[in-house]
Design a protein around this ligand. Structure first.
Ligand code: KG4
Ligand code: ZN
Length: 340
């Protein structure tokens, strides 16, 4: 007789998507679903935190039911619950956290607070070919830009990060300047495909000095000034911005690989969906003889599968969030995590 698998239910609600995933110790990812609030926030040109929280309240439980039914499982088959406790919007985080902790309490199973960026960082482990530790991780999302020395699960040292705007935020703000609406990243990338990269040259911020920190707010200002002078050249501006942003990320990744002497790079977070970034990094990887790993497209942006996986890897090693208080951490450093 086989023993019952450990099944982790993952709940993501840190920003504007409700994501639910189910990860099993014998089958891996068995089901996942996502509800994106993008349409609701688009009207306002960005995420409205209070509306996000209210929407998570409506979506979370129906989505859990849908994922369980997709996997043909009952609530009683769930062995542990992982939920995003931060970083993110406090009200939004509270929804997923409250549901997770209450459900775990009622089922008498363990619950675990997951760090959203660890979820992104480990998302490539949902794929068949997986990166081996140690590796350098480039995390590029709407809220964060980081280079991390990853020696193992939970063993993270931040090598560099953005001093101002995250790169996803810079994509979004530049898109807004060009009148592309919200969320701007994917729209800007699409427009850039028609752009001519010889028209404008944007700076590569902070690449002329040593170190691995980033600064992207100047690129958006550069885009605003260029657009004011050349309002008819939107696609060329989008292209120049994308080239500058991706080249800057590549230069810092190369530096991080050289510094750590690692030969594996993991790229994750919303902006890792960007095809130009992937091309630039793959080319660099070839030159350095380094392997580059990404999550599949749908797991680059926020999702419940990555939270289920990150939580699973900890819950199955006995890590649990104890107590009956529901605590969220809107600000939370990756370096505070416990190693597994
Ligand atoms: O990881 P994510 O879903 O949410 C956060 O944790 O922030 O990342 C969202 C960010 C947004 O800024 C969005 O514009 C950007 O990722 N993004 C992209 C692309 N797809 C999403 N940026 C550039 N090119 C894309 N294809
Ligand atoms: Zn994210």
């Amino acid at each position: 007789m086989s023993t019952k698998p450990f099944v982790t239910l993952g709940i993501e609600s840190s920003c504007d998507e409700t994501g639910i995933g189910l990860y099993s110790s014998d089958q891996g990812l068995i089901a996942h679903q996502l509800f994106s609030q993008v349409e609701m926030h688009a009207e306002y040109g960005g995420v409205v935190p209070e509306l996000a929280s209210r929407d998570h309240i409506q979506r979370t439980i129906p989505l859990i039911k849908a994922v369980l039914s997709e996997a043909k499982l009952q609530l009683s088959d769930v062995s542990g619950i992982a939920y995003t406790a931060g970083p993110g919007l406090a009200g939004a985080l509270l929804v997923g956290s409250s549901v997770a902790r209450s459900l775990a309490w009622s089922l008498n199973i363990p619950a675990l607070a997951v760090h959203h960026m660890e979820g992104h960082l480990l998302a490539p482990l949902l794929e068949e070919t997986q990166p081996q530790f140690p590796f350098v991780a480039l995390l590029v999302s709407g809220g964060h830009t980081m280079l991390v020395d990853v020696k193992g699960i939970g063993d993270y040292q931040i090598l560099g990060e953005s001093l101002d705007d995250a790169v996803g935020e810079a994509f979004d703000k530049t898109a807004k300047i060009l009148g592309l609406g919200y969320p701007g990243g994917p729209a800007l990338a699409t427009l850039a495909e028609q752009g001519d990269d010889t028209q404008f040259k944007f700076p590569r911020p902070m690449t002329d000095r040593p170190g691995l920190d980033f600064s992207f707010s100047g690129l958006k200002t550069f885009a605003r000034n260029t657009f004011a002078k050349h309002p008819e050249q939107k696609a060329d501006i989008a292209k120049a911005f994308e080239v500058a942003a991706t080249q800057t990320l590549m230069i810092k990744c190369r530096r991080a690989l050289e510094k750590t002497k690692y030969s594996t790079l993991v790229v994750a977070g919303g902006v890792s969906a960007n095809q130009s970034l992937r091309q630039v990094l793959n080319k660099m990887g070839k030159k350095l003889d380094a392997e580059v790993f990404y999550p599949r497209q749908e797991f680059c942006t926020d999702n419940g599968a990555m939270i289920a996986l990150a939580g699973h890897l900890r819950l199955t090693k006995g890590q649990v969030s104890v107590g009956n208080e529901i605590i969220v951490k809107p600000r939370w450093s990756l370096e505070e995590l416990e190693a597994v």
